[in-house]
Design a protein around this ligand. Structure first.
Ligand SMILES: *Cc1c(COP(=O)(O)O)cnc(C)c1O
Length: 375
């Protein structure tokens, strides 16, 4: 079976991890600092804070933004559930709005209608690696005094109008899960343009500990002293995993190139095939393609999905709309509320997309799709 996603680990990654294991710091040492610096630089951000997962990054991002009980977060249903559920962990109410039909990204016009004076954050997702319409969304968040959070779990390395993802929104979150564009096994990061948000993110991910004497209530307590002013959690990513992340970051350009080649090969091999619709890209973005989301028309998604699986192609579906999860259904969200996202979900099949996929594998998938759709 050709898997749908898989990490790419080479000798340089292995050596980087082993070197840290032989050193003095297993966690919260120089490799954390080095990885955070490299991430901030790549993302064009003021600061990056590493953490244990993309879900943790979202939780930290919302906490840094000050999201609390009674606040609203406006977000997209076309995402992994964590984009919404991590804000609920802070007591927020989720207001979903539908997506645009070509990119499957949050629709700025609907965001504009949904924002109220209780809204604290608008959270978009760079679906499949394609950046959200930041300029239109920023126009709304700036006018309404809300913050824009970009869930970039799919899109580290993408650009929008020649600007890197990470430099576009007030808060950007990354995931380094093995199937994502680069990995630290488990891991994630929060990047921000605002040093104050960065400091809050850092402290939330480190139990809320304050170590700067200038900010302490009791600075003369003694050299051992540290204080907590606001609660936080332990979401620290250890040096061992930051070593893998840093090594992978050095390979990200090559990863992006290979993903673009695979994407182009699918586009060429599937062009003109009746009964499917291929993904598209807007002119002002340069995505790193995390997914290849094929749409199977005429109500045949399940049939084509099953045929591909039995033909040795490990396809996936991304995603069941977040509001269909029972946690949201039990709160009153209903099927049919977000027709663009729901129609897409009913058609979607993600084809294998990862750096280690050979051209011959891609051709095998293309032939299998032809067989499945025509058969
Ligand atoms: C993977 C993913 C997450 C969660 O990241 P984890 O590292 O698995 O916790 C959040 N949002 C999106 C869009 C994702 O794809």
């Amino acid at each position: 079976m050709i898997p749908y996603g898989r990490q790419s680990i080479d000798e340089s990654d292995i050596e980087a991890v082993v070197e840290v294991l032989r050193g003095d710091w297993l966690t919260t040492g120089p490799t954390v600092t080095a990885f955070e610096k490299a991430l901030a630089q790549l993302a064009g951000a003021a600061r990056a804070v590493t953490c244990t997962s993309g879900t943790a990054a979202l939780h930290i991002g919302y906490a840094a933004a000050g999201v609390g009980v009674g606040d609203e977060v406006v977000t997209t249903p076309m995402t992994f559930v964590a984009t919404a559920s991590s804000a609920m962990a802070l007591g927020a109410t989720i207001r979903f709005v539908d997506v645009e039909d070509d990119t499957l990204n949050i629709d700025p016009a609907l965001v504009e209608e949904a924002v109220t004076d209780r809204t604290k954050v608008v959270a978009g997702v760079d679906f499949a690696g394609h950046p959200i319409e930041v300029d239109e969304l920023k126009a709304v968040t700036e006018r309404t005094g809300t913050l824009l959070l970009e869930d970039a779990a799919h899109s580290i390395g993408s650009t929008y109008k020649e600007r890197p993802v990470g430099s576009l929104s007030d808060i950007t979150t990354f995931s380094f899960f093995p199937t994502k564009n680069m990995t630290s096994a488990e891991g994630g990061a929060v990047a921000t343009l605002d040093p104050d948000l960065g400091l809050r993110a850092h402290e939330f991910h480190n139990i809320g500990l304050v170590r700067d004497p200038e900010r302490m209530r009791y600075p003369d307590e003694g050299p051992w002293h540290q204080e907590v002013h606001a609660w936080g959690l332990n979401y620290r990513l250890p040096d061992v995993l930051c070593a893998l992340g840093l090594s992978q970051l050095r390979r990200l350009d090559a990863f992006k190139t290979r993903r673009a080649e695979i994407f182009a090969r699918y586009q060429e091999g599937l062009e003109g095939l009746d009964g499917v619709r291929l993904p598209t890209q807007r002119g002002h973005v340069d995505p790193i393609w995390h997914l290849y989301p094929l749409r199977v028309l005429d109500g045949r998604r399940r049939e084509v999905f099953d045929a591909l699986r039995s033909d040795g192609v490990g396809v996936q579906v991304n995603y069941m709309p977040a509001h269909w999860h029972p946690i949201f259904e039990d709160l009153g969200y209903r099927r049919g509320q977000f027709p663009v996202a729901e129609k897409f979900y009913s058609e979607e099949v993600s084809l294998p997309m990862f750096v280690g996929l050979k051209d011959s594998d891609v051709d095998q998938v293309i032939e299998a799709v032809h067989r499945a759709v025509q058969g």
